[in-house]
Design a protein around this ligand. Structure first.
Ligand SMILES: [Zn+2]
Length: 99
Protein backbone atom coordinates (compact mmCIF):
# COMPACT_ATOMS: atom_id res chain seq x y z
CA UNK A 1 0.00 0.00 0.00
CA UNK A 2 1.27 3.45 -0.81
CA UNK A 3 0.01 6.99 -1.34
CA UNK A 4 0.73 9.52 -4.06
CA UNK A 5 2.25 12.82 -2.93
CA UNK A 6 0.09 15.73 -4.09
CA UNK A 7 3.15 17.95 -4.44
CA UNK A 8 5.87 15.88 -6.16
CA UNK A 9 3.68 13.05 -7.46
CA UNK A 10 5.88 10.27 -6.06
CA UNK A 11 4.55 7.17 -4.32
CA UNK A 12 5.32 6.94 -0.61
CA UNK A 13 4.82 4.46 2.22
CA UNK A 14 6.02 6.44 5.25
CA UNK A 15 3.14 8.49 6.62
CA UNK A 16 4.19 11.34 8.89
CA UNK A 17 1.52 12.57 11.25
CA UNK A 18 1.73 16.35 11.50
CA UNK A 19 0.10 18.46 14.23
CA UNK A 20 -3.03 20.18 12.85
CA UNK A 21 -1.68 23.74 13.13
CA UNK A 22 1.50 22.85 11.28
CA UNK A 23 -0.42 20.91 8.62
CA UNK A 24 -2.51 23.97 7.81
CA UNK A 25 0.70 25.87 7.02
CA UNK A 26 2.29 23.19 4.82
CA UNK A 27 -0.68 21.36 3.25
CA UNK A 28 -0.95 21.28 -0.56
CA UNK A 29 -2.41 24.42 -2.15
CA UNK A 30 -6.10 24.19 -2.95
CA UNK A 31 -6.84 21.38 -0.50
CA UNK A 32 -9.55 21.72 2.14
CA UNK A 33 -8.66 22.27 5.78
CA UNK A 34 -7.15 19.07 7.18
CA UNK A 35 -7.01 17.46 3.73
CA UNK A 36 -4.15 16.52 1.44
CA UNK A 37 -1.39 13.94 1.11
CA UNK A 38 2.28 14.88 1.17
CA UNK A 39 5.30 12.58 1.22
CA UNK A 40 7.82 12.90 4.06
CA UNK A 41 10.41 14.52 1.75
CA UNK A 42 7.98 17.27 0.71
CA UNK A 43 6.84 17.75 4.32
CA UNK A 44 10.45 18.31 5.36
CA UNK A 45 11.13 20.62 2.38
CA UNK A 46 8.09 22.72 3.31
CA UNK A 47 9.05 22.81 6.97
CA UNK A 48 12.54 23.93 5.93
CA UNK A 49 11.03 26.94 4.14
CA UNK A 50 9.52 28.21 7.41
CA UNK A 51 11.68 31.06 8.54
CA UNK A 52 12.57 29.81 12.00
CA UNK A 53 14.50 27.03 13.66
CA UNK A 54 12.38 24.11 14.84
CA UNK A 55 12.94 20.72 16.44
CA UNK A 56 10.60 17.78 15.89
CA UNK A 57 10.40 14.41 17.52
CA UNK A 58 9.77 11.40 15.34
CA UNK A 59 7.77 8.76 17.16
CA UNK A 60 7.04 5.39 15.64
CA UNK A 61 3.82 3.51 16.01
CA UNK A 62 4.26 -0.06 14.79
CA UNK A 63 0.83 -1.58 14.26
CA UNK A 64 1.39 -5.25 13.55
CA UNK A 65 3.44 -7.78 15.51
CA UNK A 66 5.75 -8.08 12.49
CA UNK A 67 6.35 -4.29 12.51
CA UNK A 68 6.96 -4.38 16.26
CA UNK A 69 9.46 -7.21 15.85
CA UNK A 70 11.30 -5.37 13.05
CA UNK A 71 11.35 -2.19 15.16
CA UNK A 72 12.63 -4.04 18.24
CA UNK A 73 15.37 -5.70 16.17
CA UNK A 74 16.31 -2.28 14.80
CA UNK A 75 16.53 -0.82 18.33
CA UNK A 76 18.58 -3.78 19.58
CA UNK A 77 21.01 -3.34 16.67
CA UNK A 78 21.27 0.42 17.33
CA UNK A 79 22.00 -0.25 21.00
CA UNK A 80 24.60 -2.89 20.09
CA UNK A 81 26.32 -0.49 17.67
CA UNK A 82 26.23 2.30 20.24
CA UNK A 83 27.90 0.12 22.89
CA UNK A 84 30.50 -1.01 20.34
CA UNK A 85 31.29 2.61 19.41
CA UNK A 86 31.57 3.61 23.06
CA UNK A 87 33.92 0.69 23.76
CA UNK A 88 36.03 1.67 20.76
CA UNK A 89 36.25 5.17 22.15
CA UNK A 90 37.05 3.60 25.52
CA UNK A 91 34.15 5.39 27.12
CA UNK A 92 31.58 4.03 29.49
CA UNK A 93 27.96 4.43 28.57
CA UNK A 94 24.68 4.30 30.35
CA UNK A 95 24.08 0.90 28.73
CA UNK A 96 27.25 -0.70 30.04
CA UNK A 97 27.39 0.80 33.52
CA UNK A 98 26.71 -1.60 36.34
CA UNK A 99 26.03 -0.66 39.90
ZN1 LIG B 1 6.41 14.69 -2.32
Amino acid sequence: MSCTCQICGKQYKIDLIIPDGLWEIIRPDGKAKGAGLICSSCIMRRLETLDYYSAYQLITSPKTNEEKEIFNQYLAKKKENYIKRMKEKNLTSRFTQTK
